[in-house]
Design a protein around this ligand. Sequence first.
Ligand code: SF4
Length: 564
Amino acid sequence: MIHATGPLLSVDLGARETTEEDIDDVLGEFAGGRGVATKLAFDRVPFDVDPLGPENRVYLATGPLQHSQMSFTGRMNMTSVSPLTDGVASSNAGGFLSRNFTGTGYAAVELRGVSDVPLAVHVRDDGVEFEEVPDLAGAEVPAVTEWAEDTHDLEAEHLACIGPAGENLVRYACVLTSETRAFGRTGMGAVLGSKNVKVLTFDGDSEADVEIDPIGTEIHREAATSDHVMKRQGTTSVTEYANEVEALPTDYFSALSFDGVEGIGGDAVESKKYKKGTCSQCAFACKLPTRDEESGVETEGPEFETVMAWGSNQLVDDVVEVMKANELCDRLGVDTISAGDTMAAYLKSEDDLANPERAREALRKAAYREGEVGDLLAEGVHRAAPELGVEDWSVKGLEFAAHDGRTLNGQGLSFATSNRGADHMYASFYPKEYPLVDKEQAVDKRGLDGKAPMVAAAENHNAVLDSAVACKFSRDFMTEERLGSLLEADYDDLLEVGARVVELERAFNNRRGFDRADDALPYDIEGFDAALDEYYEARGWREDGVVPGLGEADTDVGAASADD
Ligand code: SF4
């Protein structure tokens, strides 16, 4: 199996010192990206760590495919213990950062400790520079980008930064790169905020010794010439279909379809698109730069999930209002899904849905933890729901994505088993239950018969993509055979690698107290308990969801306790 190359750069933020370590054994076993980052976290982060404490660590990592010129490889991975889920979690961003990260020559970067002043950490191929940036305290994301350009002649695609939400430890704060691409889910922005890291930059010309199979050129050519609907409408191309089959969360999850879908769906978003948008090297170009001439709002997106969280779930039927929310989320540095669901919960509790202006105002308060309401909403749905008096629509503390599991039952099961909570990309099971392109691939969306092993296999497959690192939207181009060929491995062996990644995440979380009770949904699916049994059996885990050995408290593995 090919893998990323280079050492681990470990950055001590308190002492402002760095060390380099050979991690070839980890790279050989896990390829790169999420796999390598998860293994490093498992071995080096105490199981009882406070996600927002100095002992927590952050891992950034790319994979071997970032050394190629292939489509679907403009992405990279960030891993830490999440302040939202309280478990180890990985987040994945597109854009152009991965190529600049690769240019530094490091396979992975670890951030540990905490700085006493807001810090910019510049990682280059010829060394690391620590720069105190007190003037950037409180800066919104575009201001950080402007600063990097003005003072360092660095474009936004070299940056990973946080907005005010990250600094204020909003649990669903994200890390932005290229201003609009986000390590969105699981609160990585709050972890950087807790470390007083405002911005990371990556720059260099290092080259890796990785050869990529010519099949990559074929995939690239197909992506360039395809007339796939996502090239016009991106992820929003699924909106009307999701609505039609009743899989579009609406009215804070109390309904599954939305009468106003026309105003926020794929066609509405496409009507605001003014140019093509893409990630590094990707000819598929599914991104959505949008502009509304009348209001002047300009943003990238909204993606389908944002259309759900700030549109149907809030009973908002105007795409321009969703664009405004999308732009504000990026500026303040929050995950659009978690933020939108949280504001939907708040407005539901106030019986004031369909009020987009009030939702944005509430988000501003949350980003600055302003007043009691802002402070409460900064905690996310799971922690705020009891006080708001609404249902807790989350799994393991992570707010729900769309593709509703009450209709797409296999996707529902995967929301429950996902180690990072109610996220649609952990298994990406939904295309199997409503494929847009190849209807032949469809499995019956209702019922769970035979789906548990399929969910486990889909999780393993995605863990391989996240380690490679390849975009999940390569799915109509990257066959199993092609993936094996690209990574120079048998596909079944790759699935074993993916299974090890999922198992390490599970074992880490077991050590933090997670078990079967956490693999739970806020709704019933017929046959759910039996399917969960089947899922654990397929993975070789105990029937209480614990990994034998690694996940058991009396097995001696991992880092020492944070109190040691
Ligand atoms: S398919 Fe879309 S999200 Fe994926 S790498 Fe290409 S442009 Fe980026």
